[in-house]
Design a protein around this ligand. Structure first.
Ligand code: NDP
Ligand code: 2IT
Length: 458
């Protein structure tokens, strides 16, 4: 590493410093493109903070925050319904516990690898900080593919996965939850296995549990509702609203379904949604009851929607959804689902606002396209923080051995999302980037954790 020249103008010095730390990250994490992408976005948006607060550089906060406390990778062997032995790989990355126990979801998807889990875990540090709640950053998962598996196979996999994971988690240590491919059913099987292994009822070890045994009302809806609450605040500031708007939501999983529900409640017409095979377009507005039944109950493909709604059309390929004209786009499926071309298409079709329900759904180039064209842009760390916020409320209820009503939880969620919007907006203004919520959210999330790191020593 070359020595930094302290006599350079401040901005140039800080840029060179960030370049150097980022080079080290690339060297240490070769071929981990998603992780590098997430780090790059955060690091360069912190330049204005580092210019004003050189002690973050002296204390090597960037170097420290980007290196996980630990990452465990473990074997998960299990037996399928035909007696075949299967082997998957499990992960848990524990990034930061400076403001609370490690906290973040578990993803079961064949694409899961160290890069995916690390990008998600890294972003979780800042997201969780933004919520204002006492939760650190972590993430985990497996390359297990839940598609086509029987309920018994899912149960055996979850039990085998938890047998290993249980060594690394606990209500005050690390608290996993759901993400892609992990919902209340999987959390239930994992909780059952954890309880058996520990011989104790530690309700707060997982969140997203069933309502009857420690889960929180409103957790299922929280990410989707929260994303819409956040975008509603952003629109309000610009004199716009969901009412009367045309909305496109990608995906048809947990986040998508409840983003669609809340957008509709606020008067929007949601005309399209998707799964990994393709998308549906229903000009008059999609029928959410059908989507819920197909996806939450019957485990079917979104293509089957058109069998019941002959006026709607189904198109193969999931990325084509961004060619559907809309006022508001809510990407709620997966990372990098909007590239530069999709962003340009949305802009040319007149999109006014984009709210990221998924984690890192827009590439760095796509974000630039939105910002350069003055599209209101709600970044994932801020916009999708509602899920983990209600997870933290679930932990609070478990600790207090209490249950709150749906109204209580939803009203707390609404306040949290408004607060995250205000914090992100103010941080952007304070550092000279008014209107840029990417920079604002990254800065607001970072400062709290960085200060805690300094106060807690090296
Ligand atoms: P689900 O498993 O419930 O749904 C995922 C949806 O996205 C499905 O429609 C799925 O289609 C689609 N999808 C998944 N992978 C791909 C892919 N590679 N290409 C195209 N489509 C894909 O997951 P969630 O709704 O929970 O998660 C969606 C996003 O939201 C993720 O980015 C997740 O990290 C993020 N998130 C989730 C939170 C939560 O509380 N659950 C909280 C914050 C963020 P198919 O069924 O065909 O696979
Ligand atoms: O990405 C996320 O914030 C989640 N998947 C939710 C994490 C949690 O702990 O509720």
């Amino acid at each position: 590493m070359k020595t930094l020249n302290k006599h350079l103008p401040k901005t140039q010095y800080v840029h060179e410093y960030v370049d150097q730390v980022f080079e080290t990250v690339k060297k240490r994490n070769p071929n981990e493109m998603e992780f590098q992408q997430a780090v790059k976005e955060v690091f360069y948006s912190l330049v204005p903070v580092l210019e004003k607060n050189s002690h973050y550089i002296q204390q090597a906060i960037l170097e420290r925050i980007v290196e996980p406390d630990r990452i465990v990778s473990f074997k998960v062997s299990w037996v399928d319904d035909h007696g075949n032995v299967k082997v998957n790989r499990g992960f848990r990355v524990q990034f930061s516990n400076h403001i609370g126990p490690y906290k973040g979801g578990l993803r079961f998807h064949p694409s899961v690898n160290a890069s995916i889990i690390k990008f998600l875990g890294f972003e979780q540090i800042f997201k969780n900080s933004l919520t204002g709640q006492p939760i650190g950053g972590g993430k985990g998962g497996s390359d297990f593919d839940p598609k086509g598996k029987s309920d018994a196979e899912i149960m055996r996999f979850c039990q085998a996965f938890m047998t290993e994971l249980s060594k690394y988690i606990g209500p005050d240590v690390d608290v996993p939850a759901g993400d892609i491919g992990v919902g209340a059913r999987e959390i239930g099987y994992m909780f059952g296995q954890y309880k058996k292994l520990r011989g104790a009822y530690e309700a707060g070890v997982l969140t997203g549990k069933g309502i009857g045994y420690g889960g929180s009302l409103g957790r299922k809806e929280a990410t989707g509702y929260g994303a819409v609450y956040f975008v509603e605040e952003m629109l309000k500031d610009a004199g716009e609203s969901f009412n009367g708007s045309t909305v496109v939501v990608s995906g048809s999983g947990n986040v998508s379904i409840y983003a669609i529900e809340k957008a509709m409640q606020l008067g929007a017409t949601v005309v399209a949604c998707s799964d990994s095979n393709g998308y549906i377009y229903d000009k008059g507005g999609i029928d959410l009851a059908t989507v819920k039944r197909l996806k939450e109950v019957e485990n079917k493909r979104i293509s089957e929607y058109v069998d019941e709604h002959p006026d709607a059309i189904y198109m193969d390929g999931c990325t084509g959804i961004w060619s559907v004209p809309c006022d508001i786009a809510l990407p709620c499926a997966t990372q990098n689902e909007i590239d530069e071309n999709a962003a340009a298409l949305l802009v040319s079709n007149g999109v006014k606002a984009v709210g990221e329900g998924a984690n890192m759904p827009s590439t760095l180039e796509a974000i630039d396209v939105f910002l350069e064209n003055n599209v209101l842009f709600a970044p994932a760390k801020a916009a999708n923080a509602g899920g983990v916020s209600v997870s933290a409320l679930e932990m609070a209820q478990n600790s207090a051995r209490q249950y709150w009503t749906l109204e209580e939880v939803d009203s707390k969620l609404h306040d949290i999302m408004k607060n995250i919007y205000t914090k992100s907006k103010k941080a952007a203004e304070e550092y000279g980037y008014a209107g840029n919520l990417v920079i604002g959210a990254n800065i607001a999330g970072f400062v709290k954790v960085a200060d805690a790191m300094i106060e807690q020593g090296i």
